[in-house]
Design a protein around this ligand. Structure first.
Ligand code: CMC
Length: 392
């Protein structure tokens, strides 16, 4: 069968060539289609960033208007899709609902799942971005027992999401500009991150020829785990635990250093970033700005800062080059926006959807694409005889 080289966790294996996102882990550089993440976070909207990632260029005014109209037109779910919500227990995990519902979209109202032209792809991409937001907000509404709030065409993507989450009959929720800005920034900073676990999953599924919706649904599932997108929720669990149980931050750090404890410092460490995660820097500042603008204090922010300072001064974390990652401060922002903890990873999924779509398209459009199929080192039994049951 030839020689197979084992690369545990694919740490040194390039799985594809890609023109979408550039990362320099040593320098802490992240760029989407060449544009620095810091510029996008400060100045771009989530949808403009999504267009940049998916179509390869910043949109001109006409392209932006056209894409916005597609988003507005496709925001609603097919009426019969509502039955799926009723099929889940009200306390189902929102990530389970999201992946199932995204996979179900194709069964209803998007005939362009078999994308054959660019116009069909634009409709499908807009439909997926728009419906992901609708599904996420509707999942929350069904969890809290409130009627669904319909999207408003006059609102930008992030504002619209907050409206759909928190508006109740006869009382529209109006997010402040600072809240909308913070959520927009959160989404922009999550929009792509090259060959991470969930994006690799999307590409893997796409390489077998699966359609956009199924491939992205697989990405949502891959994102769920606590070492990946689930880390933002795990960070909040950790900070709340330290706060509520009065655990000194230093004791928590000691536990995280002890492998046998099973505890990790959540929101710390990254496979690629070895000096700092540029997204964490932006989000830390954004967390402070948001809380200040809302005139609230959050004890968890102080705990986060203390944990960060202690870890950065600790030999264990320094030797292993472990720094705060994107998830360390993002939960503080989401919490300040009133988003419940079990929705945090769904917010990550909404943010990452443009990246998943862009990567699906790159696989789809590559005429030389082969099915992705790694090999293994077999370490199981040698040839073993089958025995009848009474001889086992
Ligand atoms: N706390 C304590 N020790 C850690 C941590 C941590 N957060 N992260 C890594 N280490 C140790 C690890 O035990 C190992 O030590 P040793 O060399 O003594 O065996 C060393 O550092 C290298 O770790 P690794 O697990 O081989 O590194 P990896 O590249 O496979 O994993 C990671 C990267 C992000 C999964 C890991 O750092 C981690 O589990 N972090 C906490 C979870 C987290 O915050 N995940 C979000 C990642 S960023 C956004 C995303 O992808 O969704």
């Amino acid at each position: 069968t030839g020689l197979v080289t084992l690369d545990d966790g694919y740490a040194n294996t390039g799985s594809c060539s890609s023109a979408i996102t550039f990362i320099d882990g040593e320098q802490g550089i992240l760029r989407y289609r060449g544009v620095p993440i810091e510029d996008l976070a400060a100045r771009s909207s989530f949808i403009e960033t999504a267009e940049l990632l998916i179509f390869g260029e910043l949109p001109d005014a006409a392209e932006r208007d056209e894409f916005r109209a597609l988003l507005t037109d496709s925001a609603a779910l097919h009426r019969d899709m509502r039955k799926h919500f009723d099929g889940f227990p009200v306390d189902a995990h929102p990530m389970a609902v999201l992946s199932a519902m995204i996979n179900a979209i194709q069964a209803y109202d998007l005939p362009e799942i078999h994308i054959t032209d660019e116009a069909g792809f634009r409709r499908a991409a807009a439909g997926l971005l728009s419906k992901t937001r609708t599904i996420a907000a509707a999942t929350y509404k069904s969890h809290v027992g409130q009627p669904i709030a319909y999207p408003r065409p006059d609102l930008a993507y992030a504002e619209n999401f907050l409206h759909m989450m928190f508006s109740v009959p006869y009382r529209d929720f109006e997010p402040t500009p600072e809240m909308a800005h913070a959520l927009n920034m959160f989404l922009v900073l999550h929009a792509d991150h090259e060959q991470n676990c969930s994006t690799s999953t999307v590409r893997m599924v796409a390489s077998g020829g699966a359609n956009l919706f199924t491939s992205v649904s697989a990405g949502v599932t891959a994102l769920w785990g606590p070492l990946h997108g689930g880390a933002n929720m795990a960070v909040l669990d950790m900070l709340e635990g330290i706060h509520d149980e009065g655990i000194p931050a230093q004791r928590y750090i000691s536990m995280a250093k002890d492998r046998s404890s099973g505890v990790r410092l959540m929101g710390f460490g990254h496979r690629v970033y070895r000096n700092f995660d540029p997204r964490a820097r932006v989000l830390k500042e954004a967390a402070y700005n948001l809380l200040e603008s809302m005139h609230v204090t959050d004890p968890l922010l102080d705990i986060a800062r203390e944990v960060e300072e202690l870890a950065l001064a600790d030999d264990y974390f320094r030797e292993r080059r472990l720094y705060p990652n994107v998830d360390f401060y993002s939960g503080i922002i989401l919490r300040a926006l009133g988003i419940p903890k079990d929705m945090f990873t769904v917010l990550f999924a909404i943010g990452r959807t443009p990246g998943w779509i862009a990567h699906w398209k790159e696989v789809h459009d590559n005429p030389a694409q082969r099915i992705q199929r790694p090999r293994q080192l077999y370490v199981g039994n040698p040839l073993t005889q089958w025995l009848p049951r009474d001889e086992r």
